[in-house]
Design a protein around this ligand. Structure first.
Ligand code: 5AD
Ligand code: SF4
Length: 473
């Protein structure tokens, strides 16, 4: 009998990819997906630990399942991903009816562990070694990635896929939990990456987003041969069927000229670079241990502008990090004004136990100040987004059509003629009226309106002669 799996995913694209792989491995064991947790035999939460709020929301969701588990003790409830690695047994302590806790480096074990629980084996916990719990090699080995299993139904769309090129992180920014939960930085073998991309292309995938915490630090050494991120892009560019290549997230210090040249010279490489600055203040950068000064960030940004004048550059900012004064915050505003990012993700600092930041610095910026700064920086960024999007009025852009727009989903528009949404090569969102048959195609769209986060346009219709017209209708 088929069993039903309900899976909820929060956090970054890495987690979206991990969920795809877990679902693929469970399908092999006869599971099918359900959208209704009440109906599910197994409920999994793929979790994030970057901010406390994300973890607390999972405990609330687990709390809501307590009764369901009492009524049906055979229901299997699992917490997987970063929070599983971060909290380990604490998950069982706070929610004793949870059956399964599996860290991101052990996800390949999920199907066997579920079988064990179903066979009466009790609670199961599988996590990787901590960053001080063994030699580098032992710790690396304890973080396994099992990428080749794919499941098209779990992708953002059938023609867009993530491919992991690197796991873990060695940068140890003082605020960040990622190096602890995702382990040491390890780059995947280029041949494995290429094989996976070819497989995806053969399944009809047109856009590949390469994933790594510091994706541009990618480096694979094989004897005296080193493959860099730029080399990977050239190799991936050869794959027939792939139309677009993106990569996230970039680390400012590793934005080398060879990579910028590859993005410039390869038509399939999206002119879109997410390079988080985190703050505009040197004092904060030092406390965050980001490894660069604001002058170095500016120089890097300037280089991007020189090599790729049309590129969309986006950033992340943390407001209210320990010791951040009004002056420090103003420096972040200055950087946003100066770089005119296409977009910035802005986060209020959330102290993460187990990080250097939590040990060394007090979380001393009041919540209210964090909130005010967050809103202020967001308002400034939005102004820039809106002004810059106006530049697209009257222009034509190439859009890879992803599906029905959010508004069309909300209105539950029926029929083939619906409002659609897609993205430009620069990752700009475009909404226009079209036909469901166009989903998955790349079409020219003429832009007639814009707000801060969306361009509005119309499909450019090609003019054809009468003889051709009769053939095409
Ligand atoms: N508090 C707030 N934001 C954080 N980020 C990482 N750790 C924290 C934290 N402790 C943000 C950074 C990073 C993004 C993914 O999340 O801006 O780039
Ligand atoms: Fe976290 Fe810094 Fe690594 Fe990014 S580079 S994952 S912010 S430690």
């Amino acid at each position: 009998m088929t069993k039903k799996l309900y899976i909820e995913t929060v956090g970054c694209q890495m987690n979206v990819l991990d969920s795809e792989l877990v679902v693929a491995s469970l399908r092999k064991r006869g599971y099918e997906l359900t959208r209704d947790s009440g109906d599910a035999d197994t409920i999994l939460f793929n979790t994030c630990s970057v901010r406390e709020h994300a973890e607390e929301k999972i405990y609330s969701a687990l709390g809501r399942l307590k009764n369901a588990k009492q009524k049906n003790p055979n229901k299997i409830i699992g917490v997987i991903g970063c929070m599983a690695q971060n909290h380990q047994r604490t998950v069982f302590e706070r929610a004793p009816y949870v059956d399964l806790v599996v860290g991101p480096g052990q996800l390949h074990q999920v199907p066997d562990l579920i079988d064990k629980i179903a066979a009466g084996g009790g609670q199961q916990l599988e996590v990787s070694l901590g960053r001080k719990d063994g030699t580098r090699t032992e710790i690396e080995r304890s973080h396994e990635s099992f990428d080749p299993l794919r499941d098209p139904s779990m992708r953002p769309t059938p023609f867009q896929a993530y491919v992991r090129i690197q796991i873990g992180c060695d940068k140890f920014c003082t605020y960040c939990i990622v190096p602890s939960v995702r382990g040491p930085e390890q780059s995947r073998h280029p041949e494995d990456i290429l094989a996976e991309a070819r497989q995806l292309a053969s399944e009809g995938c047109k856009e590949i987003t390469l994933l790594g915490q510091t994706v541009n630090s990618y480096r694979y050494r094989d004897g005296d041969r080193t493959t860099r991120m730029s080399d990977l892009l050239y190799a991936l560019h050869e794959i027939e069927g792939i139309e677009r290549l993106k990569f996230v997230t970039n680390y400012p210090k590793d934005m080398t000229d060879d990579l910028l040249a590859a993005v410039r010279d390869l038509p399939k490489a999206c002119k879109y670079l997410h390079v988080p600055a985190q703050t505009g203040s040197n004092r904060m950068l030092q406390r965050m241990k980001r490894g660069y000064t604001i002058e170095e960030y500016r120089e890097m940004h300037q280089r991007i502008r020189e090599w790729l004048p049309e590129a969309a550059v986006t950033s992340d900012f943390i407001v209210g990090f320990s010791g951040e004064t009004d002056e420090d915050f103003e420096l972040s505003c200055d950087l946003v004004r100066e770089c005119r990012f296409k977009n910035s993700f802005i986060f209020k600092y959330s102290v993460r136990p187990g990080t250097k930041g939590a040990d060394l610095y007090a979380d001393d910026v009041p919540e209210e100040t964090k909130r005010v700064r967050n809103n202020e920086l967001l308002a400034l960024q939005n102004e820039i987004c809106e002004a810059d999007n106006q530049r697209f009025l009257g222009r034509q852009v190439e859009v890879l059509i992803e599906g029905r727009s959010k508004a069309a989903e909300r209105r539950d528009e029926q029929g083939d003629a619906v409002q659609l949404v897609g993205r430009t090569m620069c990752d700009r969102i475009v909404v226009f009226d079209g036909n469901l048959r166009q989903v998955g195609q790349t079409l020219p769209i003429s832009i007639y309106d814009a707000n801060a986060h969306t361009l509005f346009g119309a499909v450019v219709t090609q003019h054809v002669g009468p003889e051709l017209f009769s053939l095409t209708t």
